[in-house]
Design a protein around this ligand. Structure first.
Ligand code: ADE
Length: 417
């Protein structure tokens, strides 16, 4: 088996982490049981580019038990847990190519390595495999029956590819699942981003001013959790409806140029480029902390920061100090997605639903092979209901059902005032 990991001696530690995550992934475990029995994915050679965490390991094991051959690489140079990568190779026989802190060149070599294994299905978090397959590895694309995509940023890239009529493979946008974005993006990003700030800086959030750029599902979650710890939260948005929602949710709303002035922490979760630009950073106060939770490291204009900084030095892991015009500005997680770079990413319980969606999307593609068009699909809503029902059942929670009278009423028009 080919692989590239940091240290095989970490495998025991990694196995414990995978087992610990598994305890909070009941929905994925139910799917694993069924996949194993049915050998749902027999014949699938699946290349997956995901954050190499203990939750991803549980997904990879599920796919493997379902009959697939799985090849894993990281979807971000800083998000790999090296112990988990070691355990995947040594204890679970899953070919893994990922090292935390790998440089860009190694990152891309790892993507090439999983594509060299001749997959017939891919799974992306950020669309990097799809991007390679549509640029430098076009010849291979005919071997693919389909692909799945985990994240908002990846779905945006794939929809852009489809809009240009250049998408050559059917793709399922797992992020479209309600049981993905309403929970993973909001509660997952919310908790893990605040966790990363606390782990890396240990600042007191109570009473501090936190600016959140973007009020999508991720921004909503971050703002909610920061406020929960006592921070005074300001939201910056470009869409009027979302800005209004933030206002009515009780946050201050204003342009970033005004919000940065006395902010203690400035966070971006928009998926867009240079949201925190150099003029914002120059206007920030001495000691301001900057971070982002978007998929790619584009939201903070780090290159411009490097250009104007008099000195840059590492204070401690994941905290770099930039001296800019005599002020100290602290950048967390090297400007990469802070919740995975400086913490462990989303909790297992939320990844349970996201990865249940991934597993069911992989099954959907394999079952419909040859019948799907080259476009971006959302999974049928019944799959969302199934995932949510399994999650509720795993917590022992029952819910009400419509009566016959209510079903009839909802399907009628006669009864009024
Ligand atoms: N994305 C965010 N958190 C994650 C996690 N814990 N595992 C895999 N992908 C993630």
């Amino acid at each position: 088996m080919n692989y590239h990991i940091k240290d095989a001696a970490l495998a025991e530690e990694g196995k414990n982490l995978i087992t610990w995550a598994n305890r909070d992934m009941p929905v994925l475990n139910l799917i694993k049981k069924r996949f194993k029995k049915e050998q749902t994915l027999k014949g699938v050679r699946l290349a997956a580019c995901l954050h190499i965490t203990s939750e991803t390991a549980n997904l990879a094991i599920t796919l493997k038990e379902g009959g697939a051959e799985v090849f894993l690489c990281a979807s971000n140079p800083l998000s790999t847990n090296d112990a988990v990568a070691a355990a995947l190779v040594k204890h679970y026989g899953i070919a893994t190519f990922a090292i935390k802190g790998e440089d860009n060149d190694t990152y891309y070599k790892h993507l090439e390595a999983v594509l060299d294994e001749h997959p017939n299905q891919t799974m992306d978090d950020g669309a990097d495999l799809m991007s390679l397959l549509h640029s430098t590895r076009k010849k291979q694309i005919k071997d693919l029956v389909g692909s799945t995509e985990e994240t908002t940023t990846g779905v945006i890239r794939l929809r852009a590819l489809a809009a240009e009529k250049k998408l050559k493979v059917p793709v399922v946008a797992v992020n479209d699942n309600l049981t993905k974005h309403m929970f993973d993006n909001r509660y997952g990003t919310g908790q893990s981003t605040v966790d990363a700030i606390m782990r890396s800086t240990n600042i007191l959030l109570a009473g501090s001013k936190v600016v959140v750029c973007g009020y999508g599902w991720c921004g909503r979650g971050i703002a909610m959790r920061a406020r929960g710890l006592g921070a005074r939260v300001i939201v910056c948005e470009i869409e009027p409806v979302k800005a209004l929602e933030a206002l009515m949710d009780g946050y201050d709303v204003m342009p970033l140029k005004d919000a940065v002035k006395d902010a203690d922490v400035i966070l971006s979760a928009t998926g867009n480029k240079h949201v925190i630009d150099i003029h914002h950073i120059m206007a920030a106060k001495d000691g301001a902390i900057i971070a982002q939770s978007g998929h790619f490291d584009v939201e903070i204009n780090k290159k411009a920061m490097e250009k104007v900084a008099k000195t840059i030095r590492k204070i401690k892991p994941m905290v770099d100090e930039y001296i800019i015009e005599g002020k100290k500005i602290y950048l967390l997680g090297e400007g990469r997605l802070v919740n995975l770079a400086a913490a462990d990413g989303h909790p297992s319980s939320v990844m349970d639903m996201s990865f249940a969606g991934q597993a069911l999307a992989a099954e959907y593609i394999w079952k419909h092979k040859g019948k799907l068009e080259n476009k971006v699909y959302s999974l049928p809503p019944e799959i969302d209901s199934e995932i949510a029902a399994m999650k509720l059942a795993s917590r022992g929670i029952e819910i009400d059902k419509l009566s016959q009278e209510q079903i009839k009423y909802l399907n009628s028009w006669e009864e009024g005032t």
